[in-house]
Design a protein around this ligand. Sequence first.
Ligand SMILES: Nc1nc2c(ncn2[C@@H]2O[C@H](COP(=O)(O)OP(=O)(O)OP(=O)(O)O)[C@@H](O)[C@H]2O)c(=O)[nH]1
Ligand SMILES: [Mg+2]
Length: 296
Amino acid sequence: MKCGIVSLIGRPNVGKSSLINSLLKTPAVIISPKPQTTRNSIRCIYNDDNAQIIFTDTPGLYKIKNSKDKLGIFLNDSILDSIENSDVVLWLVEAGAKKLQPDDYELAKILPSSLPVILVANKADRADPERTLKLYENLHDFKAKISVSAKLNRGIENLMSALLPLIPEGEAIYDPEILMDTTEKFMAAEIIREKILVSFHDEVPHCVAVEIDEYKSPEEYPDRKKLYIRASLITETEGQKKILIGSGGEMIKKIGAMSRKSIEDATGLGVFLDLWVKVVPGWRKNQTALKRLGYS
Ligand SMILES: Nc1nc2c(ncn2[C@@H]2O[C@H](COP(=O)(O)OP(=O)(O)OP(=O)(O)O)[C@@H](O)[C@H]2O)c(=O)[nH]1
Ligand SMILES: [Mg+2]
């Protein structure tokens, strides 16, 4: 039996979360076309007859503007923490990249030279991955260079074949029934955040956090047949609150309906979702608020 922890790292939006879902063959983590979709390191567990692989999704490397940017610092700390706890790293880059960026050198710097790393060129369905693999090949002593398309589930078996020999011998850490090392409450908050990310075209989603105020399964509420969730969408300003609510409550209703459907699909339960919008000025710079929201 083999068992190991594999972190997926890379710049924002390269498809780390999409690849986790492809590897697990299930929509475990949220994805969106916007950078900074993932905000926490999330462990997702793959099992087969001979191996358990704990894939850790991580946030995209964040450009920290100043020391007040406490959410940004948390995002980058989560990447470092995940790397430190990994047996193998998958460094994802985007096929079609023409030039190395300062962020690429940053990532190369934080990878210990002794750590086995596979270079993965994702989005091979839309650009030539070979040139991209060549562009990055000198940034680390890579154990393998693989091209994939997470979107079309291409190259996944190739990637697994390159990865398995690097996984250490060992007994499974998690019960094979467990898909993710996180709570249902966290997953519900993530689903709501995903709907916000895909519903707004500007900066608004980056200023929003989701807090679950109440999460009652039907067993806890014998008079109710549904899962009851009360959640607050935390914004930084009154202006953002207005945008989230929309004219006549149109946007919040839409986010609520989409989220309810996805949470029902994920839990197999009927869901009653009660959404509120609250302003917490500067929550992204406030350590106490960040801690309460799970970013610490
Ligand atoms: N064409 C194409 N698009 C992809 C592929 N993989 C991911 N995408 C798209 O790329 C965008 C970003 O995907 P994510 O999986 O959220 O990227 P990420 O690296 O996790 O992003 P962050 O969490 O923000 O760092 C989404 O719109 C995906 O649909 C792929 O193989 N091909
Ligand atoms: Mg992600």
